[in-house]
Every structure is written in structure tokens, then in C-alpha cells.
Ligand binder design. Sequence first.
Ligand code: SF4
Length: 328
Amino acid sequence: MTETVDLLKIEEMKVHFPIKSGVFNNKINYVKAVDGISFTVKKGESFGIVGESGCGKSTASRAVLQLIRPTSGKIYFKNAELTSLPKKQLRNLRKNIQMVFQDPYDSLNPRLTVAEILDEPLKAHKIGSKEERRNKIIEIMDVCGLNREYIHRYAHEFSGGQRQRIGIARALILKPELVVADEPVSALDVSIQSQILNLMMDLQETLNLTYLFISHDLSVVRHFCDRVGVMYLGRMAELAETNSLFENPLHPYTKSLLSAIPISNPREKRERISLQGDVPSPVDPPIGCAFSSRCPEVMDICRTSRPAMKEARPDHYVACHLYTEKRG
Ligand code: SF4
């Protein structure tokens, strides 16, 4: 059962990448990949971030891990503020926040055996003797459904699903509390996706894990996550419990995303909302609402004023002037 303690808290996080040009390599502009997002992840839950490719969700997840330093904003993990933590403390704390990567073919070194891959994080954090480390490796292989007889096989000898199990085992061998999973099943066959998602859900239960789950696939997010944040052009558009978001979406962008999900029942009818125009450049996003250039319900205020996140329904937040106007 989900506890209500905040494990991770993000406040107004921005990640802007400089664009340099000219002989002196001067900064001429910035790509605003993440442009001021705030959310919390409660201990024991799966919090999903969903959005189209390029919306900033993967950059946000890497900033949480401090693989990319945010331009501004605060990241609290338990009581520690990560952006201001000295390197040594940050390194110690990283044991507690691990990542599962998207592509199990790219993220594992094909020249290492399973034993070597799983030994790397233990060695890096100077954990245990050789024998203790080997016991931990066998234990995590069992937990992740990997046959221990394969311990000396190379990563390239495994199928995609098995490789992702190795990736998950590598993330969990340090016994983290928070796992950031960036599109962990999108590179896998559909039949294998559910096996990996079910494994991750079982592990959450047995190891008391918390997930920050990044995906472009709304069906996967609906199946896996307790709460979901929808990102558009570096900003958070809507944030709610999964059922509330999927049953009663409020933001026009969320409504358009959900209208595009294929329906399995051919008798059920749903009107598809097709958006006009392209996603604006994150170098030069609209001044007001990020979605204003494509929104079917745009108003004058939307082009000049950025809407703040408001609680439109209990535990259901939306950044849209439609609700600001209605609720005052
Ligand atoms: Fe559409 Fe305006 Fe709401 Fe933005 S603020 S989503 S442009 S109605």
C-alpha cells in the first residue's frame, strides 16, 4: 500500500542547454528542454511522466539523477537537496537512486559477463568481499528471474527481455529506494513488455521500491502508474491520479493524447482530437501557455500569460486558463 511520505520532491526545475555560435563560441540562445516543473513522488508509488518525444521527460529524469545538472530549481530526495550536495555525499546518495535504461542492447557492455556487469556497481561503491559480492549477484539474479547458471554468459548472448532483466538487476543490486525507469519496455516486443512490467511490479512489492517511470506509451503508463504527470514542451500540463487522469482529463493536450489511444472494442466510439501545426521549438516556446499555438480552446489570455498549476479537483492539478477562469 502507498505511504504518503514524499521520497522525491522537485521544485521549479529548469534544464536549459546553451546554444553556442561564432568564433568566440558565445552563447546565443538556450534550448529550454525542461522549463520549470514541480512534482513529488511518494514513497512506494509509481509516478509516471508521459508526453511526446522531445517534451523533456527524459531530460527531467536524468536531472533527477544529476546525470545532467539542472539550470535552476531544487531536487529533494528525502531530506537532502541534491543540486547543492557536495560530490562525495552525492555519490553516496546515488546508491539509493538507480536507473533502468531504455535500450537493453545499448546499456549493457556486450564484452562483459552477467557477473561482471552486476559486480561493477558493488565494486564502485566498495561493497563486500569477493565472496559476499558473488552471493549478492546470485541473489539478485534469482529475484529478477535470471537463471544463475548463466552468470558467466556475455550480455550479447541474451534476448532483449533477458537483457532488460539484467539491466533491472544491475539497478537493484545496490538496494535503492528510488528507481528511475526511462522507457524501460519501449525497445522490447509487445509480448515481452508485459513480462518486464509485471516483474517490475512484483519487485516493487517485495523490495518496497518507488518508481519514477518515463514513457510515451499511455497504455503502459495506465497499467503501471499510480499517478501521472503529462509534459508538453518542457512544462507540466496536468498531474493526477491515474484513474482520474484517464477517466476525466482536463487539459486540452491530455484530451488530445488520450483521444489517440486505439480502442480494443470496435463498438465503442471516441472522437479523435487532431491537433493542428507542429510542436513549437523549445528554443523559442510561446510566451504564454506552451500549448497555445495548437490548442483547440485557446483564448486571448493564453497567448500572453503562462498558466500556473492549480488544483481543479481533489489531487488533480492542471495548468490551463480554462480552469483558472472558471474557479477564480
Ligand atoms: Fe489551451 Fe489556453 Fe488552456 Fe493553454 S491555457 S491549454 S491554450 S485553453
